[in-house]
Structures are given as structure tokens and as C-alpha cells.
Write a protein that binds this ligand. Structure first.
Ligand code: GUN
Length: 283
């Protein structure tokens, strides 16, 4: 079997065209969707992510503000800025790029974002709403993965879904969304015994563990849908996912590539959440 490739760039482009139209409709009524992104420190990957987020806003006709601080900034300065942004009517979404430097209490920072502007969906209140099955903001990466399923006509109902990775950003919210969609969900992690036993049972396999080409063809059930959330840099500078794409695409029925799969969808769903926040305000 040669897997169908789930093209994140194509899907992202279609969704973003719709968001642009909706943003123009809002702007005509006097509200331009606005996103504020806070970056602390000089981590090169975070700098690229933040730049891509700001550029995506401009292309969709959103207002954006990028606020950068040196790595040794006093946490109080960031908390004061968050209070200001929480009260700013031009800003509908606020995002603090993670990871933060070690002298920050990340949970406290995320809690200082007004839940109604928490477009990452990382505030405890929004995580609670997601767990209760009536989410306000869905974390962007798993939200993007669910868009692939909807677009490709893949219904998780009754399927065995196995997630590799238990992070707050991907693994845990992904599990909640698949559960909500009536899949039977297993989360595997670094302490899981016999990982391949689990992966070989998966009708839907989501790899988000951060290890280059970790998932090989022998670990995948024939016909499975394989979603690769990993972004790893190889010694030659090229990007690759957590899945051995060449091998696994011979076994799976559908697969996301890296780059060009989940990555473009994550930023797309950040736009979706920002737009939804602005639309809620105008309603
Ligand atoms: N760092 C890695 N992924 C993310 C994300 O989705 N949101 C934020 N704020 N930081 C991240």
C-alpha cells in the first residue's frame, strides 16, 4: 500500500483564505482580529516560530504585536505587560512562546493570560473546559490534526488511537479530542513497556515524542492513519519528523509529511482561535 499524503500546506491555504474573508467582514464592522505574541530570550527555534506567527497574521489581514524581552528580564515586567494586553481592546489573542527561561514559573505566566484571550488554550480554565467536552480554545497543534481527519473523511469513532508523547501542548489535549470524537485512546510515553505492542494496534497513530524517524514500518498496522507531529533537525541540516516517512508510507493508508504536514496547520489554527476570539467579542 502507498499511503495517501495529507498535505498540510494545501489544507492550511484553503482554511486561511476563509479566515481572511471572515477577518475582512469583521474589519468592515470596525474590529480587526489582533494577536499579541510575547517572546522571552533568544532561542533560535522560538524566534522562527514567532516570526512565522506574525507573518501569518499579516497575510490573513490580522493585526499583530510582537513583544520581545531579553533572557534575563524580570518576570514582573512580563506580568505587567500581560495585564496591559488583557485590557487592550485591540488584542483578542495573547500567546507567550514556550519554553520560558528557567527563572520563570511557566504555569503562573499562562494563568496570567485572560482565559478569553488564551488562544493557545493552555490556561488551566481552558484545559478544564476541554476536558469537560465544551472547549473555548483548542490547543493549536491537536486542533490542526483534527482538521486533517475532518478534511480527509477520517472518522475516529470506535478506532484505536495511540498517541506517542504526553506533553501538555500536544499529547494530552490530542487524547482529549480523540476521546471526544469517540476513539479508544492510549497515551504512550518514555516509561511505556513494549511501545511497539501499542503502536501495532493503532488505527490512528499520532507521533509527538521528538525523536527523529523513531516510528518505523514494522511498528505500524497496515492501513493505519499516521500523523507526524515531530520536527527534528538532522546533522545535515534537513528537517524530519518522528516517523520514518519512506518506510511507513508503504504501510499506512494516510500519512502527514514533515515538513508540510502538521506544521503549517498549527499556525493556521492559531489564526482560527484568534479569529474566533474576535468574532465572539463582536457577536
Ligand atoms: N512552543 C512550542 N509549541 C508551542 C505552542 O503551540 N505555543 C506556544 N506558546 N509555545 C510553543
Amino acid at each position: 500500500m502507498t499511503a495517501r499524503i495529507l498535505d498540510g500546506n494545501a489544507l492550511a491555504q484553503r482554511l486561511r483564505a476563509d479566515f481572511k474573508t471572515r477577518a475582512e467582514a469583521l474589519a468592515a464592522r470596525g474590529t480587526r482580529p489582533g494577536l499579541a505574541v510575547i517572546l522571552v530570550g533568544e532561542d533560535p527555534a522560538s524566534q522562527v516560530y514567532v516570526r512565522n506567527k506574525v507573518n501569518a497574521c499579516a497575510q490573513a489581514g490580522f493585526h499583530s504585536a510582537k513583544i520581545s524581552y531579553p533572557p534575563d528580564v524580570e518576570p514582573r515586567v512580563v506580568f505587567d505587560k500581560l495585564a496591559e494586553l488583557n485590557a487592550d481592546p485591540a488584542i483578542h489573542g495573547i500567546l507567550v512562546q514556550l519554553p520560558l527561561p528557567k527563572h520563570f514559573d511557566s504555569d503562573a505566566v499562562l494563568k496570567a493570560i485572560a482565559p478569553a484571550k488564551d488562544v493557545d488554550g493552555f490556561h488551566a480554565e481552558n484545559i478544564g473546559a476541554l476536558m469537560q467536552g465544551h472547549p473555548r480554545f483548542i490547543p493549536c497543534t491537536p486542533y490542526g490534526v483534527m482538521q486533517f481527519f475532518a478534511d480527509a473523511g477520517i472518522d475516529p469513532r470506535g478506532k484505536e488511537a495511540v498517541i506517542l508523547g504526553r506533553s501538555n501542548i500536544v499529547g494530552k489535549p490530542m487524547a482529549m479530542l480523540l476521546l471526544q470524537a469517540s476513539a479508544t485512546v492510549t497515551i504512550c510515553h518514555s516509561q511505556t513497556r513494549d511501545l511497539a505492542f501499542h503502536t501495532r494496534r493503532a488505527d490512528i497513530l499520532v507521533a509527538a515524542l521528538g525523536k527523529a524517524r523513531f516510528v518505523t514500518a514494522d511498528m505500524v498496522k497496515p492501513g493505519a492513519v499516521v500523523i507526524d507531529v515531530g520536527i527534528n533537525r538532522l546533522p545535515d541540516g534537513k528537517l524530519c519528523g518522528d516517523v520514518d516517512f519512506a518506510g511507513v508510507s508503504e504501510v499506512a493508508s494516510a500519512i502527514t509529511p514533515v515538513p508540510g504536514g502538521v506544521g503549517p496547520m498549527t499556525i493556521t489554527m492559531l489564526l482560527a482561535n484568534t479569529l474566533e476570539a474576535a468574532e465572539r467579542e463582536v457577536r
